[in-house]
Design a protein around this ligand. Structure first.
Ligand code: 9MR
Ligand code: ZN
Length: 555
Protein backbone atom coordinates (compact mmCIF):
# COMPACT_ATOMS: atom_id res chain seq x y z
CA UNK A 1 0.00 0.00 0.00
CA UNK A 2 1.28 3.44 -0.93
CA UNK A 3 0.89 5.94 1.89
CA UNK A 4 0.39 9.60 0.99
CA UNK A 5 2.38 11.79 3.41
CA UNK A 6 0.26 13.59 6.02
CA UNK A 7 1.63 17.01 5.20
CA UNK A 8 0.43 16.95 1.56
CA UNK A 9 -1.92 19.82 0.84
CA UNK A 10 -5.54 18.91 0.02
CA UNK A 11 -6.25 22.00 -2.05
CA UNK A 12 -6.79 21.84 -5.80
CA UNK A 13 -3.68 23.18 -7.48
CA UNK A 14 -4.01 24.18 -11.16
CA UNK A 15 -0.22 24.50 -11.36
CA UNK A 16 -0.42 20.77 -12.05
CA UNK A 17 -1.46 20.91 -15.68
CA UNK A 18 -3.21 17.74 -16.83
CA UNK A 19 -5.08 16.70 -19.94
CA UNK A 20 -8.59 17.35 -18.65
CA UNK A 21 -10.30 15.29 -21.34
CA UNK A 22 -8.59 11.90 -21.02
CA UNK A 23 -5.35 9.99 -21.46
CA UNK A 24 -5.12 6.90 -23.64
CA UNK A 25 -4.72 3.81 -21.42
CA UNK A 26 -1.79 2.28 -23.28
CA UNK A 27 0.02 5.53 -24.20
CA UNK A 28 2.48 7.76 -22.32
CA UNK A 29 0.81 9.94 -19.65
CA UNK A 30 2.45 13.06 -18.33
CA UNK A 31 1.34 16.07 -16.31
CA UNK A 32 3.36 19.31 -16.36
CA UNK A 33 3.76 21.23 -13.12
CA UNK A 34 4.96 24.79 -12.52
CA UNK A 35 5.78 26.50 -9.21
CA UNK A 36 7.30 23.36 -7.71
CA UNK A 37 10.74 22.23 -6.61
CA UNK A 38 9.98 18.62 -7.53
CA UNK A 39 9.60 15.62 -5.26
CA UNK A 40 7.29 12.66 -5.08
CA UNK A 41 3.80 12.63 -6.56
CA UNK A 42 1.03 10.07 -6.33
CA UNK A 43 -1.72 9.00 -8.69
CA UNK A 44 -4.83 8.43 -6.61
CA UNK A 45 -7.93 6.51 -7.61
CA UNK A 46 -10.81 8.93 -6.95
CA UNK A 47 -13.27 6.11 -6.29
CA UNK A 48 -11.28 4.44 -3.53
CA UNK A 49 -9.07 7.32 -2.40
CA UNK A 50 -6.00 5.13 -2.49
CA UNK A 51 -2.79 5.79 -4.35
CA UNK A 52 -2.10 3.41 -7.22
CA UNK A 53 1.24 4.86 -8.24
CA UNK A 54 4.09 6.94 -6.83
CA UNK A 55 6.72 8.66 -8.94
CA UNK A 56 9.46 11.27 -8.82
CA UNK A 57 8.86 14.51 -10.69
CA UNK A 58 11.37 14.90 -13.50
CA UNK A 59 13.09 18.23 -13.94
CA UNK A 60 13.45 21.04 -13.76
CA UNK A 61 12.81 21.64 -17.45
CA UNK A 62 13.15 25.21 -18.73
CA UNK A 63 10.03 26.56 -20.45
CA UNK A 64 11.19 29.31 -22.76
CA UNK A 65 7.67 30.41 -23.74
CA UNK A 66 6.62 31.24 -20.21
CA UNK A 67 10.12 31.77 -18.85
CA UNK A 68 9.80 29.41 -15.92
CA UNK A 69 10.91 25.99 -14.78
CA UNK A 70 8.48 23.11 -14.84
CA UNK A 71 8.56 19.43 -13.84
CA UNK A 72 7.15 16.45 -15.70
CA UNK A 73 5.03 14.00 -13.74
CA UNK A 74 5.05 10.71 -15.63
CA UNK A 75 2.43 8.12 -14.70
CA UNK A 76 2.52 6.16 -17.97
CA UNK A 77 2.88 2.96 -15.95
CA UNK A 78 -0.77 3.16 -14.94
CA UNK A 79 -2.84 1.59 -17.71
CA UNK A 80 -6.09 0.80 -15.95
CA UNK A 81 -9.03 2.89 -17.14
CA UNK A 82 -10.62 5.00 -14.44
CA UNK A 83 -10.87 8.35 -12.68
CA UNK A 84 -7.80 9.56 -10.86
CA UNK A 85 -6.09 12.65 -9.57
CA UNK A 86 -2.49 13.58 -8.93
CA UNK A 87 -1.49 14.49 -5.40
CA UNK A 88 1.62 16.48 -4.53
CA UNK A 89 2.97 18.23 -1.50
CA UNK A 90 1.46 21.51 -2.72
CA UNK A 91 -1.95 20.23 -3.72
CA UNK A 92 -3.92 17.97 -6.00
CA UNK A 93 -4.74 18.16 -9.69
CA UNK A 94 -8.04 18.37 -11.50
CA UNK A 95 -9.50 14.91 -12.21
CA UNK A 96 -7.53 12.73 -14.61
CA UNK A 97 -9.33 10.17 -16.76
CA UNK A 98 -7.66 7.15 -18.33
CA UNK A 99 -9.73 5.66 -21.14
CA UNK A 100 -9.64 3.33 -24.14
CA UNK A 101 -11.12 5.83 -26.60
CA UNK A 102 -10.23 9.13 -24.92
CA UNK A 103 -11.07 11.37 -27.88
CA UNK A 104 -14.42 9.88 -28.83
CA UNK A 105 -16.73 12.38 -27.15
CA UNK A 106 -14.53 15.34 -27.93
CA UNK A 107 -14.21 14.56 -31.63
CA UNK A 108 -17.90 13.92 -32.06
CA UNK A 109 -18.89 17.06 -30.18
CA UNK A 110 -16.51 19.15 -32.26
CA UNK A 111 -18.02 17.89 -35.51
CA UNK A 112 -21.54 18.26 -34.14
CA UNK A 113 -20.71 21.87 -33.24
CA UNK A 114 -20.95 22.64 -36.97
CA UNK A 115 -24.58 21.55 -36.89
CA UNK A 116 -25.08 24.24 -34.24
CA UNK A 117 -23.59 26.75 -36.69
CA UNK A 118 -26.16 25.96 -39.38
CA UNK A 119 -27.74 29.02 -41.00
CA UNK A 120 -31.03 29.18 -42.85
CA UNK A 121 -32.81 26.42 -40.98
CA UNK A 122 -34.34 26.02 -37.56
CA UNK A 123 -32.33 24.08 -35.00
CA UNK A 124 -34.84 21.78 -33.37
CA UNK A 125 -35.01 20.02 -30.05
CA UNK A 126 -34.41 16.41 -31.19
CA UNK A 127 -30.99 17.43 -32.53
CA UNK A 128 -30.14 20.67 -30.77
CA UNK A 129 -31.47 19.89 -27.30
CA UNK A 130 -31.86 23.18 -25.48
CA UNK A 131 -29.90 25.12 -28.11
CA UNK A 132 -32.78 25.71 -30.52
CA UNK A 133 -33.58 28.69 -32.70
CA UNK A 134 -35.72 29.50 -35.73
CA UNK A 135 -34.44 29.80 -39.29
CA UNK A 136 -32.24 32.81 -40.07
CA UNK A 137 -30.71 34.80 -42.93
CA UNK A 138 -32.95 33.57 -45.71
CA UNK A 139 -33.21 36.88 -47.59
CA UNK A 140 -31.68 37.63 -51.02
CA UNK A 141 -28.23 39.23 -51.27
CA UNK A 142 -27.06 42.11 -53.42
CA UNK A 143 -23.57 42.55 -54.79
CA UNK A 144 -21.73 45.38 -53.06
CA UNK A 145 -19.84 46.43 -56.19
CA UNK A 146 -22.96 46.34 -58.41
CA UNK A 147 -26.26 46.45 -56.52
CA UNK A 148 -28.17 45.55 -59.69
CA UNK A 149 -26.85 42.01 -59.19
CA UNK A 150 -29.05 40.17 -56.73
CA UNK A 151 -28.77 36.51 -55.80
CA UNK A 152 -32.15 35.35 -54.55
CA UNK A 153 -30.97 32.34 -52.61
CA UNK A 154 -27.77 32.33 -50.58
CA UNK A 155 -29.33 30.32 -47.77
CA UNK A 156 -27.74 27.49 -45.84
CA UNK A 157 -24.16 26.88 -44.81
CA UNK A 158 -22.71 27.62 -41.41
CA UNK A 159 -22.22 30.86 -39.55
CA UNK A 160 -18.47 31.32 -39.59
CA UNK A 161 -17.79 31.98 -35.97
CA UNK A 162 -19.15 34.11 -33.14
CA UNK A 163 -20.65 36.31 -35.86
CA UNK A 164 -23.25 35.26 -38.43
CA UNK A 165 -21.29 35.88 -41.63
CA UNK A 166 -20.50 33.22 -44.20
CA UNK A 167 -17.04 33.46 -45.72
CA UNK A 168 -15.78 31.20 -48.48
CA UNK A 169 -12.06 30.86 -47.73
CA UNK A 170 -12.53 29.46 -44.21
CA UNK A 171 -15.38 27.35 -45.55
CA UNK A 172 -12.97 25.80 -48.06
CA UNK A 173 -10.65 24.74 -45.28
CA UNK A 174 -13.46 23.39 -43.12
CA UNK A 175 -14.80 21.22 -45.91
CA UNK A 176 -11.27 20.07 -46.71
CA UNK A 177 -10.72 18.95 -43.12
CA UNK A 178 -13.96 17.01 -43.13
CA UNK A 179 -13.56 15.30 -46.48
CA UNK A 180 -9.94 14.37 -45.84
CA UNK A 181 -10.61 13.14 -42.31
CA UNK A 182 -13.22 10.86 -43.83
CA UNK A 183 -10.93 9.71 -46.67
CA UNK A 184 -7.79 9.19 -44.59
CA UNK A 185 -8.95 8.02 -41.16
CA UNK A 186 -12.67 7.27 -41.27
CA UNK A 187 -12.55 5.21 -38.08
CA UNK A 188 -11.89 8.40 -36.11
CA UNK A 189 -14.71 10.54 -37.52
CA UNK A 190 -17.61 8.37 -38.69
CA UNK A 191 -19.84 8.09 -35.63
CA UNK A 192 -23.49 9.09 -35.73
CA UNK A 193 -23.97 12.64 -34.50
CA UNK A 194 -27.73 12.88 -34.13
CA UNK A 195 -28.26 15.45 -36.87
CA UNK A 196 -31.35 15.56 -39.10
CA UNK A 197 -29.71 13.38 -41.79
CA UNK A 198 -28.48 10.66 -39.41
CA UNK A 199 -29.36 7.22 -40.66
CA UNK A 200 -29.61 8.13 -44.36
CA UNK A 201 -26.76 5.78 -45.28
CA UNK A 202 -24.16 8.56 -45.51
CA UNK A 203 -21.68 9.10 -42.65
CA UNK A 204 -22.67 12.15 -40.63
CA UNK A 205 -19.40 13.96 -41.19
CA UNK A 206 -20.27 13.97 -44.90
CA UNK A 207 -23.89 14.88 -44.21
CA UNK A 208 -22.73 17.88 -42.25
CA UNK A 209 -20.13 18.93 -44.85
CA UNK A 210 -22.77 18.74 -47.54
CA UNK A 211 -24.86 21.30 -45.71
CA UNK A 212 -22.04 23.74 -46.38
CA UNK A 213 -21.26 22.55 -49.90
CA UNK A 214 -24.88 23.13 -51.00
CA UNK A 215 -24.59 26.71 -49.81
CA UNK A 216 -21.20 27.20 -51.42
CA UNK A 217 -22.58 26.18 -54.81
CA UNK A 218 -24.96 29.16 -54.56
CA UNK A 219 -21.97 31.48 -54.21
CA UNK A 220 -20.60 30.81 -57.71
CA UNK A 221 -21.55 33.24 -60.47
CA UNK A 222 -22.11 32.46 -64.15
CA UNK A 223 -18.49 33.07 -65.05
CA UNK A 224 -17.29 30.54 -62.49
CA UNK A 225 -16.03 33.10 -59.99
CA UNK A 226 -16.99 32.67 -56.36
CA UNK A 227 -18.10 35.56 -54.16
CA UNK A 228 -15.71 36.10 -51.28
CA UNK A 229 -18.42 36.17 -48.63
CA UNK A 230 -22.03 36.87 -47.85
CA UNK A 231 -22.86 38.71 -44.65
CA UNK A 232 -25.11 41.48 -43.46
CA UNK A 233 -23.45 44.86 -43.89
CA UNK A 234 -22.68 45.07 -40.20
CA UNK A 235 -22.15 42.45 -37.57
CA UNK A 236 -25.36 41.45 -35.81
CA UNK A 237 -26.10 43.01 -32.45
CA UNK A 238 -26.45 41.09 -29.23
CA UNK A 239 -29.02 38.67 -30.58
CA UNK A 240 -29.72 35.11 -31.65
CA UNK A 241 -29.35 34.47 -35.41
CA UNK A 242 -33.09 34.48 -36.10
CA UNK A 243 -33.34 37.87 -34.37
CA UNK A 244 -30.67 39.54 -36.46
CA UNK A 245 -31.95 43.08 -37.02
CA UNK A 246 -30.17 43.36 -40.36
CA UNK A 247 -32.31 41.82 -43.06
CA UNK A 248 -30.29 42.89 -46.07
CA UNK A 249 -27.48 40.57 -47.01
CA UNK A 250 -24.52 41.70 -49.08
CA UNK A 251 -22.21 39.76 -51.37
CA UNK A 252 -18.59 40.77 -51.58
CA UNK A 253 -16.95 40.57 -55.00
CA UNK A 254 -15.39 37.44 -56.41
CA UNK A 255 -11.80 36.74 -55.33
CA UNK A 256 -9.39 34.16 -56.69
CA UNK A 257 -8.55 33.05 -53.14
CA UNK A 258 -12.20 32.10 -52.62
CA UNK A 259 -12.51 30.68 -56.14
CA UNK A 260 -9.32 28.59 -56.16
CA UNK A 261 -10.09 27.01 -52.81
CA UNK A 262 -13.68 26.47 -53.90
CA UNK A 263 -12.45 24.62 -57.00
CA UNK A 264 -10.38 22.41 -54.72
CA UNK A 265 -13.15 21.74 -52.21
CA UNK A 266 -15.67 20.96 -54.94
CA UNK A 267 -13.29 18.62 -56.79
CA UNK A 268 -12.64 16.77 -53.53
CA UNK A 269 -16.38 16.64 -52.85
CA UNK A 270 -17.03 15.19 -56.27
CA UNK A 271 -14.66 12.32 -55.46
CA UNK A 272 -15.87 11.70 -51.92
CA UNK A 273 -19.64 11.85 -52.57
CA UNK A 274 -19.44 9.85 -55.84
CA UNK A 275 -20.25 6.50 -54.17
CA UNK A 276 -23.26 8.05 -52.40
CA UNK A 277 -24.77 10.41 -54.96
CA UNK A 278 -23.71 10.54 -58.58
CA UNK A 279 -25.78 13.59 -59.47
CA UNK A 280 -24.32 15.64 -56.64
CA UNK A 281 -20.82 14.48 -57.52
CA UNK A 282 -21.33 15.62 -61.12
CA UNK A 283 -22.62 18.98 -59.98
CA UNK A 284 -19.59 19.50 -57.73
CA UNK A 285 -17.17 18.57 -60.47
CA UNK A 286 -18.75 20.93 -62.96
CA UNK A 287 -18.57 23.75 -60.43
CA UNK A 288 -14.95 22.89 -59.62
CA UNK A 289 -13.84 22.96 -63.24
CA UNK A 290 -15.62 26.21 -63.90
CA UNK A 291 -14.10 27.82 -60.82
CA UNK A 292 -10.62 26.63 -61.70
CA UNK A 293 -10.96 27.94 -65.25
CA UNK A 294 -12.01 31.31 -63.85
CA UNK A 295 -9.00 31.24 -61.55
CA UNK A 296 -6.62 30.51 -64.42
CA UNK A 297 -7.97 33.53 -66.29
CA UNK A 298 -7.64 35.86 -63.34
CA UNK A 299 -4.99 34.74 -60.88
CA UNK A 300 -2.36 37.12 -62.22
CA UNK A 301 -4.56 40.11 -61.41
CA UNK A 302 -5.36 38.95 -57.90
CA UNK A 303 -5.20 41.61 -55.21
CA UNK A 304 -5.75 41.24 -51.52
CA UNK A 305 -9.42 41.58 -50.65
CA UNK A 306 -10.57 44.60 -48.67
CA UNK A 307 -14.09 45.33 -47.48
CA UNK A 308 -16.33 47.24 -49.87
CA UNK A 309 -18.36 49.96 -48.12
CA UNK A 310 -20.75 49.89 -46.41
CA UNK A 311 -19.80 46.32 -45.47
CA UNK A 312 -17.62 46.06 -42.36
CA UNK A 313 -17.72 42.36 -41.47
CA UNK A 314 -14.75 39.92 -41.36
CA UNK A 315 -12.21 40.37 -44.15
CA UNK A 316 -10.16 37.22 -44.71
CA UNK A 317 -7.90 39.23 -46.98
CA UNK A 318 -5.08 37.23 -48.53
CA UNK A 319 -2.54 38.74 -50.88
CA UNK A 320 -1.50 35.40 -52.40
CA UNK A 321 -3.86 33.16 -54.38
CA UNK A 322 -1.19 30.82 -55.76
CA UNK A 323 -1.60 28.32 -52.93
CA UNK A 324 -5.35 28.12 -53.53
CA UNK A 325 -4.82 27.56 -57.26
CA UNK A 326 -2.13 24.97 -56.51
CA UNK A 327 -4.56 23.13 -54.27
CA UNK A 328 -7.33 23.41 -56.88
CA UNK A 329 -5.10 21.94 -59.58
CA UNK A 330 -4.12 19.06 -57.29
CA UNK A 331 -7.70 18.16 -56.41
CA UNK A 332 -8.87 18.36 -59.99
CA UNK A 333 -6.03 16.11 -61.06
CA UNK A 334 -6.67 13.63 -58.30
CA UNK A 335 -10.37 13.50 -59.16
CA UNK A 336 -10.27 13.60 -62.98
CA UNK A 337 -6.78 12.28 -63.88
CA UNK A 338 -6.77 14.80 -66.73
CA UNK A 339 -3.14 15.68 -67.60
CA UNK A 340 -4.03 19.37 -67.96
CA UNK A 341 -4.48 19.72 -64.21
CA UNK A 342 -1.17 18.09 -63.42
CA UNK A 343 0.52 20.59 -65.73
CA UNK A 344 -1.14 23.47 -63.91
CA UNK A 345 -0.15 21.91 -60.60
CA UNK A 346 3.46 21.82 -61.78
CA UNK A 347 3.23 25.45 -62.87
CA UNK A 348 2.12 26.55 -59.42
CA UNK A 349 4.55 24.24 -57.66
CA UNK A 350 7.37 26.18 -59.26
CA UNK A 351 6.13 29.44 -57.81
CA UNK A 352 7.12 30.80 -54.46
CA UNK A 353 4.73 30.19 -51.55
CA UNK A 354 4.43 27.90 -48.57
CA UNK A 355 3.72 24.34 -49.74
CA UNK A 356 3.20 22.86 -46.30
CA UNK A 357 0.75 25.15 -44.54
CA UNK A 358 -2.86 24.35 -43.76
CA UNK A 359 -5.48 26.94 -42.98
CA UNK A 360 -7.97 29.49 -44.24
CA UNK A 361 -5.24 31.74 -45.62
CA UNK A 362 -2.40 29.34 -46.47
CA UNK A 363 -3.65 26.32 -48.34
CA UNK A 364 -0.50 25.01 -49.99
CA UNK A 365 -0.31 22.08 -47.58
CA UNK A 366 -3.74 20.94 -48.71
CA UNK A 367 -2.48 20.81 -52.31
CA UNK A 368 0.73 19.03 -51.41
CA UNK A 369 -1.06 16.32 -49.47
CA UNK A 370 -3.56 15.89 -52.28
CA UNK A 371 -0.94 15.57 -54.97
CA UNK A 372 1.00 12.97 -53.03
CA UNK A 373 -2.17 10.91 -52.78
CA UNK A 374 -2.66 10.82 -56.58
CA UNK A 375 -2.02 7.31 -57.79
CA UNK A 376 -0.89 8.71 -61.14
CA UNK A 377 1.37 11.47 -59.83
CA UNK A 378 4.62 12.13 -61.68
CA UNK A 379 7.09 10.27 -59.42
CA UNK A 380 9.80 12.92 -59.63
CA UNK A 381 7.43 15.79 -58.89
CA UNK A 382 5.77 13.81 -56.11
CA UNK A 383 9.17 13.25 -54.55
CA UNK A 384 9.81 16.99 -54.47
CA UNK A 385 6.41 17.71 -52.97
CA UNK A 386 6.83 14.99 -50.37
CA UNK A 387 10.22 16.38 -49.47
CA UNK A 388 8.57 19.73 -48.62
CA UNK A 389 5.94 18.03 -46.49
CA UNK A 390 8.51 16.04 -44.51
CA UNK A 391 10.69 19.10 -44.02
CA UNK A 392 7.73 21.00 -42.59
CA UNK A 393 6.75 18.11 -40.36
CA UNK A 394 10.27 17.67 -39.00
CA UNK A 395 10.43 21.36 -38.16
CA UNK A 396 7.11 21.05 -36.33
CA UNK A 397 8.35 18.00 -34.44
CA UNK A 398 11.43 19.89 -33.35
CA UNK A 399 9.31 22.81 -32.13
CA UNK A 400 7.25 20.40 -30.03
CA UNK A 401 10.32 18.69 -28.61
CA UNK A 402 11.83 22.03 -27.61
CA UNK A 403 8.72 23.00 -25.64
CA UNK A 404 8.39 22.12 -21.96
CA UNK A 405 4.61 21.85 -22.33
CA UNK A 406 5.26 19.56 -25.32
CA UNK A 407 3.24 21.71 -27.70
CA UNK A 408 4.28 22.59 -31.25
CA UNK A 409 4.15 26.35 -30.73
CA UNK A 410 7.21 28.59 -30.76
CA UNK A 411 8.15 31.10 -28.11
CA UNK A 412 9.05 34.66 -28.97
CA UNK A 413 12.75 35.19 -29.73
CA UNK A 414 14.86 38.27 -30.37
CA UNK A 415 14.25 37.94 -34.08
CA UNK A 416 10.81 36.37 -34.27
CA UNK A 417 7.38 36.88 -32.78
CA UNK A 418 5.78 33.94 -31.00
CA UNK A 419 3.25 31.55 -32.50
CA UNK A 420 0.71 32.71 -29.94
CA UNK A 421 -1.23 35.04 -32.19
CA UNK A 422 -4.92 35.26 -33.18
CA UNK A 423 -6.25 31.72 -33.39
CA UNK A 424 -3.08 30.18 -31.90
CA UNK A 425 -4.92 26.98 -31.14
CA UNK A 426 -5.44 26.55 -34.86
CA UNK A 427 -1.90 27.68 -35.65
CA UNK A 428 -1.15 24.55 -33.66
CA UNK A 429 -3.67 22.16 -35.22
CA UNK A 430 -2.85 23.36 -38.74
CA UNK A 431 0.78 22.57 -38.03
CA UNK A 432 -0.21 19.16 -36.71
CA UNK A 433 -2.01 18.59 -40.00
CA UNK A 434 1.37 18.95 -41.70
CA UNK A 435 2.74 16.26 -39.40
CA UNK A 436 -0.24 14.04 -40.13
CA UNK A 437 0.44 14.36 -43.88
CA UNK A 438 4.02 13.26 -43.35
CA UNK A 439 2.98 10.43 -41.03
CA UNK A 440 0.47 9.05 -43.51
CA UNK A 441 2.54 9.52 -46.67
CA UNK A 442 5.78 8.09 -45.25
CA UNK A 443 4.00 5.53 -43.08
CA UNK A 444 5.88 6.49 -39.95
CA UNK A 445 4.73 6.63 -36.35
CA UNK A 446 7.46 9.06 -35.34
CA UNK A 447 5.17 12.11 -35.16
CA UNK A 448 2.25 10.49 -33.39
CA UNK A 449 3.22 11.07 -29.77
CA UNK A 450 4.05 14.72 -30.47
CA UNK A 451 0.65 15.15 -32.10
CA UNK A 452 -1.05 13.60 -29.07
CA UNK A 453 0.97 15.80 -26.71
CA UNK A 454 -0.07 18.94 -28.57
CA UNK A 455 -3.71 17.87 -28.29
CA UNK A 456 -3.18 17.53 -24.54
CA UNK A 457 -2.14 21.19 -24.55
CA UNK A 458 -5.55 22.07 -26.02
CA UNK A 459 -7.23 19.84 -23.45
CA UNK A 460 -5.73 21.65 -20.48
CA UNK A 461 -2.11 20.66 -20.16
CA UNK A 462 -0.92 24.23 -20.56
CA UNK A 463 0.44 27.09 -18.50
CA UNK A 464 -3.01 28.28 -17.43
CA UNK A 465 -4.58 24.82 -17.09
CA UNK A 466 -7.40 25.83 -19.42
CA UNK A 467 -9.27 23.29 -21.51
CA UNK A 468 -9.99 25.21 -24.71
CA UNK A 469 -13.13 23.36 -25.76
CA UNK A 470 -16.61 24.27 -24.49
CA UNK A 471 -18.35 21.51 -22.58
CA UNK A 472 -15.12 19.65 -21.81
CA UNK A 473 -12.63 19.60 -18.97
CA UNK A 474 -12.84 20.74 -15.37
CA UNK A 475 -11.93 24.25 -16.47
CA UNK A 476 -13.31 24.31 -19.99
CA UNK A 477 -14.18 27.48 -21.91
CA UNK A 478 -17.40 28.87 -20.45
CA UNK A 479 -17.73 32.30 -22.02
CA UNK A 480 -16.81 32.14 -25.71
CA UNK A 481 -17.35 35.09 -28.00
CA UNK A 482 -20.18 33.28 -29.77
CA UNK A 483 -23.48 35.09 -30.14
CA UNK A 484 -25.75 32.06 -29.67
CA UNK A 485 -23.87 31.02 -26.52
CA UNK A 486 -24.05 34.59 -25.25
CA UNK A 487 -27.68 35.36 -26.00
CA UNK A 488 -29.65 32.11 -25.76
CA UNK A 489 -30.33 32.54 -22.06
CA UNK A 490 -28.71 29.18 -21.33
CA UNK A 491 -25.89 29.16 -18.84
CA UNK A 492 -23.67 26.58 -20.51
CA UNK A 493 -22.19 27.52 -23.90
CA UNK A 494 -22.94 25.53 -27.04
CA UNK A 495 -20.72 22.45 -26.61
CA UNK A 496 -17.78 21.31 -28.71
CA UNK A 497 -16.40 24.71 -29.76
CA UNK A 498 -12.69 25.47 -29.54
CA UNK A 499 -11.62 28.99 -28.59
CA UNK A 500 -8.99 30.85 -30.59
CA UNK A 501 -6.55 30.66 -27.70
CA UNK A 502 -3.67 32.66 -26.30
CA UNK A 503 -2.78 35.83 -28.23
CA UNK A 504 0.21 37.89 -27.12
CA UNK A 505 0.10 40.59 -29.81
CA UNK A 506 -0.02 44.24 -28.82
CA UNK A 507 -3.50 45.64 -29.25
CA UNK A 508 -4.99 42.14 -29.24
CA UNK A 509 -3.67 40.59 -26.03
CA UNK A 510 -5.99 40.84 -23.02
CA UNK A 511 -6.18 44.26 -21.37
CA UNK A 512 -3.56 44.83 -18.67
CA UNK A 513 -1.72 41.65 -19.63
CA UNK A 514 1.68 43.33 -19.97
CA UNK A 515 4.24 40.96 -18.55
CA UNK A 516 2.05 37.87 -18.87
CA UNK A 517 3.85 35.04 -20.65
CA UNK A 518 2.67 34.24 -24.19
CA UNK A 519 0.70 31.12 -23.30
CA UNK A 520 -1.09 32.99 -20.50
CA UNK A 521 -2.43 35.73 -22.79
CA UNK A 522 -5.96 34.43 -22.72
CA UNK A 523 -9.12 35.27 -20.83
CA UNK A 524 -12.37 33.37 -20.81
CA UNK A 525 -14.56 36.41 -21.35
CA UNK A 526 -17.24 36.96 -24.00
CA UNK A 527 -15.98 40.28 -25.20
CA UNK A 528 -12.38 39.21 -25.61
CA UNK A 529 -12.84 38.03 -29.18
CA UNK A 530 -9.12 38.18 -29.90
CA UNK A 531 -8.63 35.15 -27.65
CA UNK A 532 -12.06 33.71 -27.05
CA UNK A 533 -13.95 33.67 -30.32
CA UNK A 534 -14.73 30.33 -31.96
CA UNK A 535 -14.71 29.51 -35.69
CA UNK A 536 -15.75 26.65 -37.97
CA UNK A 537 -12.24 26.24 -39.40
CA UNK A 538 -10.62 26.15 -35.98
CA UNK A 539 -13.04 23.42 -35.01
CA UNK A 540 -12.45 21.43 -38.17
CA UNK A 541 -8.70 21.76 -37.92
CA UNK A 542 -8.92 20.40 -34.38
CA UNK A 543 -11.21 17.45 -35.05
CA UNK A 544 -9.08 16.59 -38.09
CA UNK A 545 -6.26 16.02 -35.61
CA UNK A 546 -8.26 14.31 -32.87
CA UNK A 547 -9.92 12.14 -35.53
CA UNK A 548 -6.49 11.05 -36.74
CA UNK A 549 -5.37 10.17 -33.22
CA UNK A 550 -8.62 8.45 -32.44
CA UNK A 551 -8.34 6.22 -35.48
CA UNK A 552 -4.82 5.21 -34.37
CA UNK A 553 -5.95 4.62 -30.82
CA UNK A 554 -8.79 2.36 -31.92
CA UNK A 555 -6.44 0.04 -33.80
O1 9MR B 1 -9.14 34.48 -37.80
C1 9MR B 1 -9.07 35.83 -38.25
C2 9MR B 1 -7.77 36.45 -37.80
O2 9MR B 1 -6.68 35.82 -38.42
C3 9MR B 1 -7.77 37.93 -38.13
O3 9MR B 1 -6.61 38.50 -37.59
C4 9MR B 1 -9.01 38.57 -37.55
C5 9MR B 1 -9.11 40.06 -37.83
O4 9MR B 1 -9.34 40.31 -39.17
O5 9MR B 1 -10.17 37.95 -38.05
C6 9MR B 1 -10.26 36.60 -37.72
O6 9MR B 1 -11.38 36.05 -38.32
C7 9MR B 1 -12.64 36.42 -37.86
C8 9MR B 1 -13.42 36.93 -39.05
O7 9MR B 1 -12.87 38.11 -39.52
C9 9MR B 1 -14.89 37.08 -38.76
N1 9MR B 1 -15.45 35.90 -38.20
C10 9MR B 1 -14.74 35.48 -36.99
C11 9MR B 1 -13.32 35.19 -37.29
C12 9MR B 1 -12.59 34.54 -36.11
O8 9MR B 1 -12.14 35.46 -35.17
ZN1 ZN C 1 -28.04 32.56 -40.19
Amino acid sequence: MLEIPQHFSEKVNPDIAVDQVAYKDTAPKIAVMKNTKGGTFYLVDRATGSAVFAGDMKGPVWDETNRCEVFHLDFSAVQTCGEYEIQTETGRSYPVTIAKDPLQKLTNAMIKALYFQRCGCALTKPFAGAYTHEACHNTPAYLLTDPSVVVQDVSGGWHDAGDYGKYITPANQTVFNMLYAYELFPAGVSDNLNIPETGNGVPDILNEARYELEFMLKMQNDEGGVYHKVTTEQFAGNVMPDEDEHTIQALSPVTVTATGGFAAAMAAASRVYRPFDNTFADKCLKAAKKAFAYGMEHYKEHKEFHNVAPCVTGVYGDSCCLDEMYWGAAELYRTTHEPYYQEQFRLFFNMDFDKTAFGAYYQGGHGSLCYCLCEDADPALRQQVLHEIVRGADTALQIAQDNAYMVALRPETKTQESDYYWGSNAVLTNRLANMISAAILTKTTKYDQAIADSVSYLCGRNYISKCYVTGFGTDGVRHPHHRPSMFDGIDAPVPGLIAGGANDRPGQRPKNSEGWPSAACYIDWEWNWTTNEVAIYWNSSCFYVTGYLRALQKK
